[in-house]
Design a protein. Structure first.
Length: 243
């Protein structure tokens, strides 16, 4: 069944009003009609709905049932990554959304090969959030991943107190400091995991991460590309906590 994310303000007194690109998808792509059923999510709850009206700009559906769906990880995961090329970032966003990540942060780091143009930044972030929305719908999630504007590395360090576990993937550490071992130590609610850019994390940045309490983790004996590492991390978390 088709699933659509809407703003909570679009749900009024048991009715859901869908417009914009989702309106086009429902009417032109899926060619839905009156009485067809859809699932609507407001990023918190999901509802079984039936289309009751289609006009020139809006699809109106009526909520028939609030669904009890267990689609999300038992922990909120933010993936932070040194800024990479748009194509690679979009690939990462698509994959980690399907695997249950909640937020994606782009971080300006010493060895980033990409410099974001402020004039085009909003369009890029909007496009990435659209990809995250579509991946969330495709994977039948009840919450969609959020892509935020890039931040500087020093501002990333300031986020430490917002999470009960902050990690960074690094190849030069004891193999015992694995993600698997850390996840087994206790239950966490909010996890932040940093993956370096294509050039890796510099020694200066490692020192700064350690100084504020980030924990280095190993992702195994092989060195992964920056666009692969976030997917590997999310798959490992899903395996440990869900499967």
């Amino acid at each position: 069944m088709q699933r659509y994310f809407v703003e909570s303000s679009n749900i009024i007194n048991g009715y859901v009003y869908i417009n914009g690109e989702d309106y086009h998808h429902i009417t032109k792509v899926m060619r839905m009609k009156i009485d067809d059923e859809i699932i609507v999510c407001d990023n918190q709850d999901s509802y079984l709905c039936k289309i009751i009206e289609i006009n020139a700009e809006c699809v109106t559906s009526q909520i028939f049932k609030k669904l009890d769906e267990k689609k999300e990880l038992p922990v909120n995961v933010t993936i932070a990554q040194g800024v990479v090329r748009r194509e690679k970032a979009e690939e990462v966003i698509d994959k980690i959304t399907q695997l249950g990540a909640n937020k994606y942060l782009m971080v300006n780091m010493e060895r980033c090969n990409v410099k974001l143009n402020d004039e085009k930044l909003n369009k890029k972030v909007d496009r990435m959030n659209k990809i995250a929305k579509e991946a969330s719908e495709q994977s039948h999630r009840t919450r969609k991943l959020v892509v935020e504007n890039p931040i500087d590395f020093k501002n990333l360090l300031k986020l430490k107190n917002e999470y009960d576990l902050c990690l960074y993937a690094y190849e030069v550490i004891d193999k015992d400091e694995s993600l698997k071992n850390i996840l087994k130590q206790k239950k966490y609610q909010n996890i932040l995991i940093l993956v370096g850019p294509e050039g890796g994390i510099s020694l200066k940045e490692v020192e700064m991460l350690n100084s504020v309490g980030f924990i280095p983790i190993s992702l195994g004996p092989r060195i992964l590309r920056t666009e692969v590492a976030p997917t590997y991390v999310m798959a490992a978390i899903s395996y440990e906590l869900e499967i």
